[in-house]
Design a protein around this ligand. Structure first.
Ligand SMILES: N[C@@H](CCC(=O)N[C@@H](CS)C(=O)NCC(=O)O)C(=O)O
Length: 215
């Protein structure tokens, strides 16, 4: 399998965690988002959306969108399960995951920041404030759900890692890239710290990937 990714891509980070948890090795293909390489024709031929991640299966099938890829991985290799076995549990985990994936992270991806800069002429400080605001807003919403629900355990859903934890971790790390923190979100902070004790999470961290800035 070819895994098109980039160190700073939060959606790639999510899939990297899932691959690590499942113990699935990939042939990594770096697409430098900071250099705009997602716009190159050769990558557009892989993913017409020009966004990471993409997973190309051995038969040439291309999978995109981190949630779809993680669920695919969970289906082809069910252990350890990334979704609960009961329908209500799965609905809860998917809902928690969608807060960062669908509502927070899309507002800060390179194409949006590029539009803010080049079309709306918003300066860097304001763009960073925008990103910090929306990344933090999604995590505050997660905190609201997690803190009040007895289904929350060591992790977002009980004591087993799920896609909700993967998405939470990517969002917390992403918030940090924009100068924010989760110090006022005790449940999110606790679950994130617990996740980062797991090698599959820690080793997938953006700053541990090739090309990431040192220190
Ligand atoms: N919802 C998508 C996000 C895809 C996405 O926007 N990825 C970012 C990197 S995290 C990207 O490649 N953006 C390219 C751009 O905005 O130009 C997913 O979860 O996979």
């Amino acid at each position: 399998m070819q895994f098109f990714n980039f160190w700073r891509s939060l959606a790639s980070f999510r899939v990297r965690i899932a691959l690590n948890l499942k113990g699935i090795a990939t042939d990594d293909q770096v697409v430098d988002l900071m250099a705009g390489h997602q716009m190159r024709p050769e990558f557009k031929a892989v993913n017409p959306q020009m966004a990471l991640p993409a997973l190309v299966l051995d038969d040439g099938t291309v999978l995109s969108q981190s949630m779809a890829i993680m669920e695919y991985l969970d289906e082809i290799q069910p252990q350890p399960a990334l979704l609960p076995s009961d329908p209500i549990g799965r609905a809860r985990v998917r809902a928690l995951a969608q807060i960062p994936v669908s509502d927070g992270h899309p507002l800060v991806v390179p194409r949006v920041r590029h539009y803010l800069e080049h079309t709306l002429h918003i300066d860097e400080a304001q763009r960073t404030a925008w990103s910090r605001h929306w990344m933090g807003t999604a995590l505050a919403a997660m905190e609201g759900h997690l803190a009040k629900d007895a289904a929350t355990g060591q992790f977002c859903h009980g004591d087993h890692v799920s896609v909700a934890d993967i998405c939470l971790a990517s969002q917390v790390v992403g918030l940090g890239f924009f100068g924010g923190s989760v110090e006022n979100m005790p449940t999110v902070a606790r679950i994130h710290a617990r996740c980062m004790q797991i090698d599959a999470f820690a080793n997938a961290h953006p700053l541990k990937q090739p090309g990431a800035p040192k220190g």
